[in-house]
Design a protein around this ligand. Structure first.
Ligand code: GDP
Length: 204
């Protein structure tokens, strides 16, 4: 599905629908799935637009009524991309934010799930919500790929220092955190290649 310069050439992309609650409607699990997670404002929509090279793509997930859902897209008739609701937004009241815990947690137990791409802002320490997410992913045993977003906001040297620090906090190898910028396109090829590897990995 790729070529030498682009590991993930997008030939088709379709919005399939949104899952609004644990146990609610979701697409039939006939394809492998890759989910994208992160706190609100981390740059997930920008990253998804850059990954699939469609400007309007992640706008679907930002339409009123869809922001708290898991939005599914079929890519190349090869896999489902699941855009998880951004968590930890300060303006969401405690009672509202409690709503998505069960939704995300029930979704993350989907057997078709091959991996989660977990986004972190390169400038910030992971929040309590981020840690809650990492712990849950580790518990369930879902392969997780870490991406540090908005890399263009730091100098090269500062970005490299932050990648080392983040790898330490996450307890992964330094090369396991991908620096990404939707603005410059940095990391897009690495991310695409990593997503393809998750899809091609042996299932347990
Ligand atoms: P989401 O809430 O996680 O979907 O985040 P968005 O993609 O909507 O981005 C949140 C804000 O960060 C917006 O103002 C974006 O323009 C900005 N942003 C996102 N990605 C980047 C990036 O790679 N570089 C810079 N400089 N800003 C970014």
């Amino acid at each position: 599905m790729g070529n030498a310069s682009d590991p993930l050439v997008i030939r088709s992309l379709e919005f399939v629908g949104g899952m609004a609650s644990a146990g609610g409607w979701r697409p039939e699990a006939t394809l492998p799935e890759i989910a994208f997670a992160g706190r609100s404002n981390v740059g997930k929509s920008s990253l998804l637009n850059a990954l699939v090279r469609r400007k309007a793509f992640a706008r679907v997930s930002k339409t009123p009524g869809r922001t708290r859902e898991i939005n599914f897209f079929r890519v190349n008739d090869r896999f489902l991309l699941a855009d998880l609701p951004g968590y930890g937004y300060a303006r969401v009241s405690k009672s509202r934010s409690a709503d998505w815990g069960p939704l995300i947690e029930s979704y993350l137990r989907t057997p078709a799930l091959r991996g989660v791409v977990q986004l972190l802002d390169i400038r910030h320490e992971p929040t309590l919500d981020d840690h809650r997410m990492f712990d849950f992913l580790a518990d369930v045993g879902v392969p997780t790929l870490f991406v540090a977003t908005k890399a263009d906001k730091l100098s090269r040297a500062a970005a490299e220092k932050r990648l080392r620090e983040l790898a330490g906090v996450l307890d992964v190898e330094e090369g396991d955190v991908i620096a990404f910028s939707a603005q410059t396109g940095e990391g897009r090829t690495d991310l695409a290649a990593a997503v393809v590897s998750l899809l091609e990995a042996e299932t347990p």
